[in-house]
Design a protein around this ligand. Structure first.
Ligand SMILES: *Cc1c(COP(=O)(O)O)cnc(C)c1O
Length: 289
């Protein structure tokens, strides 16, 4: 991966100008915030580990990113997930399909056994095996977000970016937003919970670090359930795409709706990637309408 620095674009949405840090352009498999969060792992020498273990959703972006790293490092990648639907198993596209083609070994666990089994994974580790928690929620993510902060400070020296007052990025585990806020204390960082409530997001962040004052968590206007289909999500996805940048359909729509509703200042949105999941989401929206 010979990545140097991702560019910043400008779009107009509802008559407002927004800046986008184009982290989705870094790599097709390892892009957006997964590149940032797993940066330390990318910098790790091959011979440090032989095997990486993780667990979580069957179509997870983190899973695909880990599969890409393991392929690059020649580490075995074992991924635990709940029973996989026959529809996903048949698909010849999407994160699950791509991760398998990168060499991922998948282990399906029945719903009832899942929690206990995952808790037990920690027991059998040795120094050549690395366990990465669901979604890459790990203190190792800090370094990659510091690299992003340094990039931004460099780019913000240009005159056209001087008005930027705030930075936004959507949250699952909150790892990205938290470490970004800690690395850029001079900016307001906006985020919104895309999985669970504001309270749950805070809990996950607090497991990693105290929440800094410049991190503002915007509460969605409505209770959205992760990976469900919403007309307003599809609508904002379409408008963003028409304005020139494609975003993911799971996290970005809620963040954009919150930004339009709650902010007035000049905002830079950190593209968090996830485009590899769009095809299956778009198929679902097509079937729905
Ligand atoms: C993983 C992911 C997120 C959430 O990142 P966290 O660090 O877990 O908060 C946001 N957007 C996209 C597209 C993702 O894949």
């Amino acid at each position: 991966m010979n990545y140097t620095l991702s560019p910043i674009s400008k779009i107009t949405l509802e008559g407002r100008e927004f800046f986008i840090k184009r982290d989705e352009t870094i790599d097709p498999y390892l892009s957006g915030n997964k590149y940032r969060k797993l940066y330390t792992l990318l910098e790790t020498p091959k011979n440090k580990f032989t095997k990486l273990i993780s667990y979580g959703g069957t179509q997870s972006n983190a899973m695909l990113a880990l599969a890409a790293i393991c392929k690059n490092k020649e580490w075995q990648f074992i991924y635990y997930t709940k029973t996989i639907s026959p529809v996903i198993k048949k698909q010849e596209y999407g994160n699950y399909y791509e991760a398998l083609s990168l060499g991922m070994d998948i282990v399906e666990l029945e719903y009832d056994l899942y929690k206990e089994y995952i808790a037990g994974l920690r027991v059998d580790l040795d120094e050549k095996i690395l366990l990465i928690d669901q979604g890459g929620a790990d203190t190792r993510a800090k370094e990659g977000l510091e690299v992003l902060a340094r990039e931004l400070r460099e780019q913000f020296k240009e005159k056209e970016y001087l008005d930027i007052k705030a930075i936004a990025t959507p949250s699952g585990t909150g790892t990205t937003a938290l470490y970004l806020a800690l690395s850029l204390p001079e900016y307001t960082i906006y985020t919104t919970p895309c999985i669970g409530s504001v309270g749950y997001l805070k809990e996950q962040m607090l497991a990693l670090h105290k929440i800094p004052k410049n991190l503002i968590i915007l509460e969605p206007k409505k209770k959205y359930h992760f990976a469900k289909l919403y007309d307003e999500f599809f609508d904002i996805y379409k408008r963003l795409k028409e304005s020139g940048v494609e975003f993911d359909l799971l996290y970005a729509p809620s963040m954009w709706l919150s930004l339009l509703e709650n902010t007035r200042e000049s905002v830079l949105y950190i593209h968090s990637g996830g485009l590899s999941g769009n095809r299956s989401m778009l198929e679902r929206y097509k079937r729905k309408n």
